[in-house]
Design a protein around this ligand. Structure first.
Ligand code: MLT
Length: 218
């Protein structure tokens, strides 16, 4: 553990729960908190080590992960900048908490899902899997695909979700698959949210991969 990593981790408000299973980076949605994200991740995996930081962008008093111009219209440069700073935090936190040997899953709901997806796409060395609840395509047209061959992604969406439209999820799925990621996409009826069935499914997805998936060398 270096002093630099410790200072950087302590400077970013977050919750940490130790665990001996997989490790999870849990990201809240717009207007949510690290407590919400921790609770969702803990419901998915009772044994995971969980890091739940607080989004650094504030919009109308609500915490978020990156700026947007309007609903669904993202400030892509800010998505990149925020993903970059989150990747640095995550590398430091992994070192600080001594969890480099645990498989790392980035998970989140809504804006947190979009940031988890951006992090997985832009900094694949930091994340082994992405588990996205009501997420959508978070990047721009110009993003140059690099390989994601060791990344596994579970996309959980409602079929009637105006905040995460099916066309955007299809674009996301196509790009991830095109870059070599293994994508499992499940669509339920209904809109934006997280259902108890999805939490159960996410837990099963994690358990099924637990024995077979080794963490990337970080
Ligand atoms: C939200 O309100 O969080 C949006 O639907 C998703 C986003 O802005 O990333």
């Amino acid at each position: 553990m270096t002093t630099g990593a410790t200072a950087a981790v302590e400077a970013w408000p977050h919750l940490y729960r130790p665990g001996d299973g997989v490790a999870m980076l849990a990201l809240h949605g717009t207007g949510g908190s690290e407590e919400d994200a921790m609770a969702l991740a803990a419901a998915i995996s009772p044994h995971a080590a969980i890091i739940a930081p607080r989004g650094r962008v504030v919009e109308g008093g609500m915490q978020r992960w990156f700026r947007r111009r309007s609903e669904g219209l993202f400030d892509v440069a800010d998505v990149h900048a925020r993903a970059d700073e989150l990747a640095i935090f995550l590398r430091d936190a992994v070192e600080h908490y001594g969890i480099a040997r645990q498989v790392m899953i980035a998970t989140g709901f809504s804006n947190g899902a979009n940031m988890a997806l951006a992090l997985g796409a832009l900094h694949p060395d930091t994340v082994d899997r992405v588990l996205a609840f009501s997420g959508m395509y978070p990047l721009g047209d110009e993003d140059v695909p690099g390989p994601l061959t060791t990344t596994k992604v579970l996309l959980l969406n409602g079929s009637d979700d105006p905040m995460a439209p099916a066309a955007s999820v299809t674009r996301l799925e196509a790009q991830l698959t095109g870059r070599g990621a293994e994508v499992d996409r499940r669509t339920r009826s209904g809109g934006h949210g997280v259902t108890s069935d999805e939490v159960r499914l996410a837990g099963e997805w994690l358990r099924a991969l637990e024995t077979s998936h080794q963490p990337k060398v970080r």
